[in-house]
Design a protein around this ligand. Structure first.
Ligand code: ADE
Length: 231
């Protein structure tokens, strides 16, 4: 999968992709990541990418020209399935949306900053705005890193255990069951004996029932969805 991220703060995106699963995906050529600094596309001698808002609203707005120039150049060589704008007013990121996007070949992600981006960018270039939650971040970079992480871990070959993404929380509207490791007994708190029974079928059933119980307790709204789906 190819992902292009457009940002005016590329440094913010260095660390998330330099470690662990995302780094492994890049090293294995499963993620072809390109980070573009919007300032490189600015025509202004000071490399400005933002300007005052028309109408006098407080805060700066990311201007169209550098974004348009960057997107148009990229579109000449890459066919994007989605041009995504990270914004708190976008559709909420869910596991289902991450699953959907993980099946695409080329994604472009635009990170907003300041008061946001000139509305015409959204009208003419953006195919989808995505939010990672109902709160406002200082910019779209951290949200973009969250989105790419959620997508890339689903790509075949990224996780060492191929099945592990399938058993993640939310894949079937259930949270994941609890997990345990050694020691068996920590200060009197013991691992449930079923997990040591060696009875594979009984263990899977226990995990399933525990996941249902936990969902009901921790995420009742998700439990209602699960209940509707299995009916
Ligand atoms: N940019 C600022 N806040 C955001 C959010 N909650 N989700 C996505 N992008 C954002």
């Amino acid at each position: 999968m190819r992902v292009d991220i457009l940002t005016c703060l590329p440094k913010l995106l260095e660390s998330p992709f330099a470690h662990s699963i995302l780094k492994r995906a890049i090293d294995r050529n499963l993620l072809n990541l390109h980070i573009h600094d919007l300032r490189d596309y600015s025509l202004d001698k000071h490399k400005k990418v933002d300007d005052y808002a028309y109408g006098g609203a407080a805060g700066m707005v990311l201007a169209i020209p550098p974004i348009a120039s960057c997107i148009n150049q990229l579109k000449e060589k890459v066919a994007y399935q989605e041009i995504i704008y990270m914004a708190p007013d976008g559709e909420l990121l869910t596991q289902q949306l991450a699953n959907q996007l993980s099946m695409q070949e080329n994604l472009l992600i635009l990170c907003g900053h300041y008061k946001g981006v000139d509305e015409r960018v959204r009208q003419h270039f953006v195919t989808r705005a995505i939010s990672i939650g109902d709160y406002v971040l200082s910019g779209g970079e951290l949200a973009a890193a969250v989105l790419v992480d959620a997508i890339v871990r689903l790509l075949p070959g990224v996780l060492s255990d191929e099945t592990s993404a399938l058993t993640d929380s939310f894949q079937d509207n259930l949270v994941a069951p609890p997990v345990y490791t050694r020691p068996y007994n920590f200060q009197g708190m013991c691992v449930p004996d079923i997990l040591l029974s060696g009875n594979e079928k009984a263990i899977r059933e226990w995990e399933y029932q525990t996941a249902i119980e936990r969902t009901k307790q921790l995420r009742p709204e998700l439990y209602n969805k699960f209940n509707t789906d299995v009916e």
